[in-house]
Design a protein around this ligand. Structure first.
Ligand code: ARG
Length: 459
């Protein structure tokens, strides 16, 4: 057995079970690129500060380059007995270049190394997610542009409420996604501080320059407190919280489109390319991708909860428990990226069934609130007009008709305020024209919203 890098004070080697239980190489090898980036910056700083010679630095940098190539070619052998990505790379570097490699870990601990790597990895992951959020926004806006003027029933409590433009509904998701991206970018800015040089927890007496490594790695500044630097994981808690909120938004979109694809709604038809069938029922065509978007949101929330529970009992500073922070983050990122990509593809592959939607509009008295506003404009207090329209709806229910089918005489039996012009306010088409407030579903307001997004997203 090879001696451990930390083996000096040990007389026995660890058991196989302990080795297997404590390793993290099986998953933290995903950090290799960022680990090498960190080592490059660290070696360069050590040379600048006279802690290693320039020739040692050059040897180290060349060796790191070779290791990176080996990994990328799939020719690097990851060894469980070397525990984690940091020691695998350091030990391989020593195998490759000898003595100079032994100087790389000067004024560095795996404790500051791992969270430097992890912050760098998360920073890239955030950029990848934000890009995919934008792609979905663009797709939703394009879908809106393709369906100008289409009115759909708006729901509250999943009961027919008021008419809305489909564009308005789609843009609601675009708004939510915008805040999701904003949260990720806020989190990125708070995350972008450098732990490197905090060493194990207390910093070092060696003359390092933390500002130099921080800058070389594109961080805003070094973290101020070395204990905080190695022990805290709020940057990932915040990241996974942001992912969870995004996942919940996507889950709601999934739920809506699953409902809309049902025979009962029939508002959308997903193309075959985004549908799957049943192994027993030959007629079936299911919206599985969006069901799984809904389903996988559970994983993303679960990943956050794992991490919250992981951190709750940890005293300062680094604790080995923190090795368990990687997998939930990797899972959360992989899952949210998949959810965003599939939602985008689904959105690109649905058609709105205009006739079906149009035929659905008369049911549910979607124009009732507009009618109440009509009476308000005639000077009736809103509570009274609510009651008058409520009674008008009751009359419709008893006659099995719509508000626009009631004669003026019938309406007048309920309120003398009704006049001929009432017929401009009833019926879904008329009703929707009356919306003018800022952010409302009226066509002018919606086209203002659309213009905003087209410009903002560069469509
Ligand atoms: N694999 C470890 C982790 O992910 C690296 C840090 C280990 N530090 C230590 N002192 N054992 O947290």
């Amino acid at each position: 057995k090879e001696a451990k890098l930390w083996g000096g004070r040990f007389e026995e080697s660890v058991t196989d079970a302990v080795e297997k239980f404590t390793e993290s190489i099986s998953f933290d090898k995903a950090l290799y690129k960022h680990d090498i980036m960190g080592s490059r910056a660290h070696a360069s700083m050590l040379a600048c500060q006279g802690l290693i010679s320039d020739s040692d630095r050059d040897t180290i940098l060349a060796g790191l380059g070779e290791i990176e190539r080996l990994i990328e070619r799939g020719d690097f052998v990851w060894r469980t007995d070397r525990e984690d990505v940091h020691m695998n790379i350091e030990a391989a570097l020593t195998d490759l270049v000898g003595e100079p490699a032994k100087k790389l870990h000067t004024a560095r601990s795996r404790n500051d190394q791992v969270c430097t790597d992890f912050r760098l990895w998360c920073r890239d992951a955030i950029d990848a997610i934000v890009l995919r959020i934008k792609n979905l926004q663009v797709t939703l806006v394009k879908l809106a542009l393709k369906n100008e003027g289409l009115i759909v029933p708006g729901y509250t409590h999943l009961q027919r409420a008021q008419p809305v433009l489909l564009q308005h509904l789609l843009l609601a998701y675009v708004e939510q996604l915008e805040r999701d991206a904003g949260r990720l970018l806020d989190c990125r800015a708070r995350m972008n501080f450098c732990p490197l040089g905090a060493c194990a927890l207390a910093g070092t007496g060696l003359p390092i320059d933390r500002f130099m490594t921080s800058e070389a790695l594109g961080f805003t500044a070094p973290l101020r407190n070395s204990i905080d630097a190695v022990s805290d994981r709020d940057f990932v808690l915040e990241f996974l919280s942001a992912n969870s909120i995004t996942a919940i938004h996507l889950s709601r979109l999934g739920e809506e489109w699953v409902l809309w694809a049902s025979e009962e709604f029939g508002f959308i038809t997903p193309s075959d390319s985004v549908s799957t069938g049943s192994s027993i029922m030959p007629q079936k065509k299911n919206p599985d991708p969006m069901e799984l978007v809904r389903g996988k949101s559970a994983r993303v929330v679960g990943d956050l909860v794992s991490l919250l529970v992981l951190c709750k009992g940890l005293p300062q500073a680094y604790n080995r428990d923190l090795q368990e922070d990687k997998e939930p983050v990797f899972d959360s990122v992989k899952t949210i990226v998949g959810m965003l990509e599939v939602s985008t593809e689904f959105a690109e592959n649905i058609t709105f069934n205009k006739d079906r939607i149009r035929n659905a509009l008369p049911a549910g008295h979607l124009d009732a609130t507009t009618l109440a506003d009509y009476l308000v404009k005639k000077g009736i207090p809103f509570r009274t007009s609510h009651d008058i329209v409520g009674r008008s709806v009751a009359l419709c229910v008893s006659k099995n008709c719509q508000l626009q089918d009631l004669s003026l005489a019938e309406l007048r039996t309920i309120s003398q305020t009704f006049d001929e012009d009432v017929y401009e306010f009833v019926g879904v088409e008329n009703s929707i024209k009356k919306f003018t407030s800022y952010g409302s579903t009226g066509s002018e307001c919606v086209s203002t919203q659309l213009d905003y997004w087209v410009t903002k997203l560069g469509i």
